[in-house]
Design a protein around this ligand. Structure first.
Ligand SMILES: [Fe+2]
Length: 345
């Protein structure tokens, strides 16, 4: 869908066409063929945009000021450019282009600005919340390839916002909470305690927030839990699971919702969990065997009172245990073109 370009006199159109040709030609000798394609494509579309909307000099300067402010706010803990890409739908469209829809495979979605390297390792059945406030949620699923074969030893990174709508990196205490990694067992199965996802606003105190405000858009994201699944020989999958019934599913600020990723979360009365461990380990570069993870000490409900000073011990007093069947993604092999599927159970 494109807008009809405004009519301009022939002489004026010739001047503008000539500049496009000149700029395109300036990239003609680019040694890297892909870089040449990217830059010439960018020039064609950028000039078409400028000409279509008849961009004023004041608007151009405003755009420069906006991008400058975006850069000034970006640090290793605040990625305003990722936010900008997200709210423009560019992140999601890039994912769409690179992860073709495959029957039976879990769909990918945005990584978002809050993934960080170096998450703690938890055992199967462990607790990734680590004291973050929120309602406990039991999550379990299975990682398979697209042929349905279990993927043992797959590494899962999981991260989410707490019930205050904040990720750990948005707090100043330096603690990693509500994020962890774990490895699937020999059946490709995984299970862990997390938090029932809640809606939260993307950071909107910067230029991207100003943009949303001026365009009457909400900064809220639909409730979700982040996953990243990796396994040698399989393509990495980055995805979410969303909460069925969330009123924000149709207006997610970063366009990350896909119907196949919306899951039912069930509440149940307080009861002892199937397994649970607070043991958190240092990250290991190699998958741990299921036998090793089973040796991790587990804990019971009895000893988790006073777990966090920010809120009551929700592991003891929650209204119920939630469960989510995580159905997830495509894993295209980089080397053997083996296609993977990450399915829930
Ligand atoms: Fe998120």
């Amino acid at each position: 869908m494109t807008a009809t370009p405004p009519a301009v006199p022939d002489r004026q159109r010739h001047v503008e066409d000539e500049l496009v040709r000149t700029v395109l030609a300036s990239f003609h000798n680019t040694p890297d063929a892909r870089l040449k394609e990217l830059m010439q494509g960018l020039v064609r579309h950028l000039h078409a945009f400028i000409r279509e909307v008849r961009l004023t000099e004041a608007e151009w300067q405003q755009a420069i000021d906006f991008l400058t402010a975006t850069g000034h706010l970006t640090t290793d803990r605040r990625q305003e450019f990722v936010l900008l890409s997200d709210v423009l739908g560019a992140s999601m469209q890039t994912i769409n282009v690179n992860y073709e829809a495959t029957a039976g495979a879990t769909e990918a979605t945005v990584v978002g600005p809050f993934f960080v390297e170096g998450s703690p390792e938890i055992a199967l059945g462990g607790d990734m919340a680590a004291g973050a406030p929120g309602e406990p949620c039991w999550v379990e699923g299975t990682v398979t390839d697209t042929d349905g074969n279990p993927v043992p030893g797959a590494r899962l990174e999981v991260w989410e916002a707490d019930e205050d709508g904040l990720y750990d990196v948005q707090r100043d205490d330096g603690h990693l909470t509500a994020r962890a990694h774990l490895y699937t067992d020999e059946q490709g199965a995984y299970a862990f305690w997390g938090l029932t996802p809640t809606p939260y606003p993307i950071p909107h105190d910067g230029p991207v927030g100003t943009l949303l405000d001026k365009t009457a858009r909400s900064p809220l994201r639909a409730s979700h839990l982040h996953f990243m699944a990796t396994s040698p020989g399989l393509r990495t999958l980055v995805t979410h699971i969303f909460v069925e019934g969330d009123s924000l599913l149709g207006s997610d600020a970063v366009f990350g919702v896909k119907d196949s990723l919306v899951k039912r979360f069930e509440s149940s009365p307080p009861q002892p969990p199937p397994t649970r461990s607070r043991a958190r380990k240092h990250a290991s570069p190699q998958p741990r065997s299921p036998h090793q993870t089973q040796k991790t000490p587990s804990t019971s409900l009895d000893d988790c009172s006073g777990r966090t000073r920010r809120s009551r011990c929700r592991h003891c007093s929650c209204s119920g245990r939630s469960s989510a069947a995580a159905r997830s993604g495509t894993a295209h092999s980089r080397t053997a073109e083996r296609r993977g599927r990450w399915t829930g159970r």
